[in-house]
Design a protein around this ligand. Structure first.
Ligand code: SAM
Length: 214
């Protein structure tokens, strides 16, 4: 086991299991995906600490716990088509790619999308497609999706996104004010999203037509 694998074991044992992450497939993916490779080299020494970290362009890679909890809420069994909005570093997309059949991930900032695409390809992920554009509109071309995860803060889950979710599908998103939100899990039943409120969180804003305007 190399040093980074050991740090991932410690991350899972000290940050995820004690806070209630139970899904073994999620824990296994968190043990496996090399989070440090999704961030700039000077940050590798703190890559497995209990924080969100800067990835450039004023954006962040989410805290490991937040990645784990949002992933667990998606209830992935392995055969799903997943849409992620807010690729950022590509780390969450890699965790999703370990647990689902196909992942489409959309990032509005071209340089971040390029880095994420390169990193995911370098690690051999062939079931992730990284797209550049305004993900607040979703990705109509490949809809409907079994699961949708928004990893940037939105005032609410955009209606257009709910329209791209299959009946019975799950959406997970940080929803609320600009500087404080709650992770919401919604299941689509008879065309309507039935929502449960989960953990408080702080995400960078979803900027776009159906998010914040700037
Ligand atoms: N999931 C990411 C990861 O694993 O590193 C972290 C996402 S970061 C907290 C939020 C990302 O959402 C930023 O990279 C930001 O540029 C992106 N974003 C914001 N608004 C967006 C939009 N309308 N469409 C696509 N991406 C957006």
């Amino acid at each position: 086991m190399d040093d980074f694998s050991r740090l991932r074991e410690i991350m899972v044992a000290s940050q995820l299991i004690p806070r209630g992450i139970k899904d073994n497939r999620v824990l296994e993916a968190m043990r496996k995906v090399p989070r440090h490779l999704f961030m700039p080299l000077p940050l590798w020494g703190v890559a497995y600490e209990d924080n969100a970290l800067p990835i450039g362009e004023g954006q962040t890679i989410s805290q490991p716990y937040m990645v784990a909890v949002m992933t667990e809420l998606l209830e992935l069994a392995g055969d799903e088509r997943v849409l992620e909005i807010g690729t950022g570093s590509g780390y969450q997309a890699a965790v999703l790619a370990e647990l689902a059949r196909e992942v489409y991930t959309v990032e509005r900032i071209g340089s971040l999308a390029d880095n994420a695409r390169e990193c995911l390809a370098g690690l051999g992920y062939t079931n992730v497609v990284v797209l550049t554009g305004d993900g607040s509109r979703g990705y109509e071309e490949k809809a409907p999706f079994d699961r949708i995860i928004i990893t940037a803060a939105a005032p609410q889950v955009p209606e257009i996104i709910i329209g791209q979710l299959k009946e019975g599908g799950i959406v997970v998103a940080p929803v609320g004010e600009r500087f404080s939100q709650i992770v919401v899990k919604g299941r689509k039943a008879r065309g309507v999203l039935v929502e449960e409120f989960q953990v408080p969180c702080v995400f960078v804003p979803l900027v776009g037509e159906y998010g914040w305007k700037s």
